[in-house]
Design a protein around this ligand. Structure first.
Ligand SMILES: Cc1ncc(COP(=O)(O)O)c(C=O)c1O
Length: 388
């Protein structure tokens, strides 16, 4: 049996939607993107949604719209995808890494304030793998220190914090539609916000800084009059081909999330007795979206002293599963230890020890919407047989 780590859930409706866009003659950002934005805003409860080409470009817009620039510092968790820190770095600002807690793999709240200094302008919490960051605490700290909050919600569609969807407590939330996410448009992203001015600015920035969109100009009178350009922007426009896929994917979202949750519960029950594998935790009051089902390999209490040995054993497990046709991946990486950041900022593993442990000891199990019980049982049986 071959079990991939993930599979996009796409069908004939998405194919039909793309064909219709091709036939319409309007393939750039237009009515389908606008409809996708409407549905995304309605689902998340965000007043405004702005589609982009990826979560990375949505984060870039969010930081530009928040006024982040050279000399500023932005606080980011050390365990996340490199894009979270890269967007800060690309603006000439400095990402200041804060450690995570090992239960949800999200920012360790007690460490945030010690990292805040006179140059800190924003907090950039990540709702990793589909579990919301601890947003009440994050927002309280931000209010005390007058900081903006941009939430990296790349993985967080379907993640709820109490009654609020991920991204709606922060000033801005940014989502990804890469194929490993719950829904996909190939590549793609979405910025959500409750602030109209931020939304208007983000719409302009994604379109070179134009004062009106192509579509609005095309549909209005005197369409030959070019827009004004009062800010420096980029081309981060999603195409209508992607927007059309996004609209259909939003229709499927409820069932997709239901199914992913069912699979996660099945894993939870089956793995509870293993003892050496900590399944992902769902904090009280939170609903996990299960973009990824990430476990911590811990046959004994992990620490920096026994990490090399445990890491080798985790890799032996991943090799064993691969030999059985089961794909696994680490959760993500400790960004403070990637060459660029480690060398530039002279950071040591022990500066963010939990991120370093998670980097070496996490294991993502296969989980995708169309996963069958037989496929999941095969993974569970392989884990139960492992004796390394
Ligand atoms: C936490 C996090 N942030 C940002 C990104 C970047 O998303 P995108 O590939 O849509 O740019 C990812 C992608 O997986 C991610 O996991």
């Amino acid at each position: 049996m071959k079990i991939p780590i993930s599979k996009p859930y796409l069908g004939t409706q998405e194919q039909q939607a793309v064909v219709e866009v091709l036939a319409s003659g309007w393939v750039v950002q237009g009515p389908r993107v606008a409809e996708f934005e409407r549905r995304f805003a309605a689902y998340t409860g965000a007043p405004f949604a702005v589609a982009t080409t990826s979560c990375t470009t949505a984060l870039h817009l969010a930081l530009v719209a928040s006024g982040i620039g050279p000399g500023d510092e932005v606080i980011v968790p050390a365990f996340t995808w490199v894009a979270t820190a890269n967007v800060v770095e690309s603006l000439g600002a400095e990402p200041v890494f804060v450690d995570i807690e090992l239960e949800t793999f999200n920012l360790e709240v007690s460490q945030i304030e010690a990292a805040i200094g006179p140059c800190t302008k924003a907090l950039l919490p990540v709702s990793l793998f589909g579990h919301s960051a601890p947003m009440d605490a994050v927002m309280a700290i931000a209010a005390r220190h007058h900081l903006k909050v941009v939430e990296d919600d790349a993985c967080a569609l379907g993640a709820w914090y109490g009654e609020r969807h991920a991204g709606t407590l922060a000033d801005i939330g940014c989502f990804s539609f890469h194929p490993r996410k719950a829904i996909t448009t190939g590549e793609g992203g979405m910025l959500i916000t409750g602030d109209e001015k931020t939304a208007v600015l983000a719409r302009s920035l994604r379109d070179h800084g134009a004062s009106t969109s192509d579509l609005a100009r095309h549909l209005g009178a005197r369409s030959y009059i070019l827009p004004e350009f009062k800010v420096v922007g980029f081309n981060y426009r999603m195409t209508d081909l992607q927007g059309a896929v996004g609209v259909v994917q939003m229709e499927r979202l409820g069932r997709i999330l239901e199914h992913r949750t069912r699979l996660a519960r099945r894993y939870d029950e089956a793995l509870a007795g293993l003892g050496w594998l900590q399944p992902p935790r769902q904090e009280p009051g939170c609903r996990h979206g299960y973009q990824s089902y990430v476990c911590l390999f811990q046959p004994e209490q992990p620490g920096l002293d026994n990490l090399a040995r445990l890491h080798a054993r985790r890799n032996a497990l991943m090799d064993d599963l691969e030999a059985r046709g089961i794909a696994t991946r680490p959760g993500t990486h400790a960004v403070h230890m990637l060459d660029y950041y480690h060398q530039k900022y002279r950071i040591k593993p022990e500066d963010c020890p939990n991120a370093y442990l998670a980097d070496h000891l996490t294991i993502t199990l296969p989980l995708y919407t169309q996963m069958t019980p037989a496929e999941q049982d095969y993974v569970i049986a392989a884990l139960r047989q492992w004796s390394g």
